[in-house]
Design a protein. Structure first.
Length: 214
């Protein structure tokens, strides 16, 4: 479902990703590694948000380079910090994501919005939301479009205890049918989801990784 090979990325003359390779079947995976090693950079490259300099990325059978629209329609990405426009309301953000994915907002997302207690914030501008509320909104949006691959950057960061429990429940269910590939320093959260630990350093072309964690 998620396959990437020899992914590389530099910022200026500084290489951050070199030869990162991984194959992942449906399941949940907790990407671990020290601060600054490149986890967020890898997730952005896999999402096509920040284009890789080299390598191949395939999302649910679609090459991100050759078929970007098809590949992006099969993935969702929730960044750690929300790059949302401050003047857009929560409702407008969800509508925008649905428009970008050429689909309606599914009942499941409406249900997630309710479970996160987001309904009363939907007409608030994102810039006026707390960081935790913005985070919940971005996470709810990740369920739009029935993604085969969910790329989540530090998904438990900033969530209150109730929202964290809801997210654990959602991801534990989602891993049965999708790849949930998330960076996290939160071991208890990853364990509660039943996520397999993937050390960033092991994602190399020297050690060809094939993971299955359902
Ligand atoms: N847009 C950018 N421009 C220049 N350098 C960047 C940029 N984004 C990230 N970096 C650098 O790339 C390296 C990897 O950063 P990244 O955020 O991917 O690490 P990380 O493993 O996710 O860290 P953390 O665990 O702290 O979230 C860091 O040295 C960072 O300073």
């Amino acid at each position: 479902m998620l396959r990437f090979e020899n992914v590389s990325k530099s910022y200026g003359s500084r290489p951050v990703l070199q030869g990162r390779t991984g194959h992942f079947a449906a399941g949940a995976y907790a990407l671990r590694g020290p601060n600054g090693i490149g986890k967020s950079t890898l997730l952005r490259a896999l999402a096509g948000v920040d284009e890789a300099d080299g390598g191949d990325i395939v999302i649910d059978g679609h090459a991100l380079g050759a078929q970007p629209a098809a590949a992006k329609s099969r993935l969702s990405y929730a960044p750690d910090e929300c790059p949302v426009y401050p003047f857009v309301t929560g409702r407008e953000l969800l509508a925008f994501v649905a428009w970008a994915k050429r689909c309606a907002i599914p009942d499941k997302v409406t249900h997630i919005v309710e479970r996160f207690g987001l309904a009363r914030h939907l007409d608030t501008r994102c810039g006026a939301m707390s960081l935790g509320t913005q985070k919940k909104l971005m996470l709810a949006a990740a369920w739009i479009g029935e993604p085969a691959v969910l790329l989540l950057d530090e998904p438990s960061n900033g969530l209150d205890a109730d929202a964290r429990a809801v997210l654990i429940d959602l991801l534990a269910a989602q891993r049965e049918s999708s790849v949930v590939f998330m960076s996290t320093h939160d071991k208890a959260f990853a364990d509660a989801i039943g996520a397999a630990v993937v050390e960033f350093e092991t994602l190399t072309d020297r050690e060809h990784v094939v993971h299955s964690a359902v």
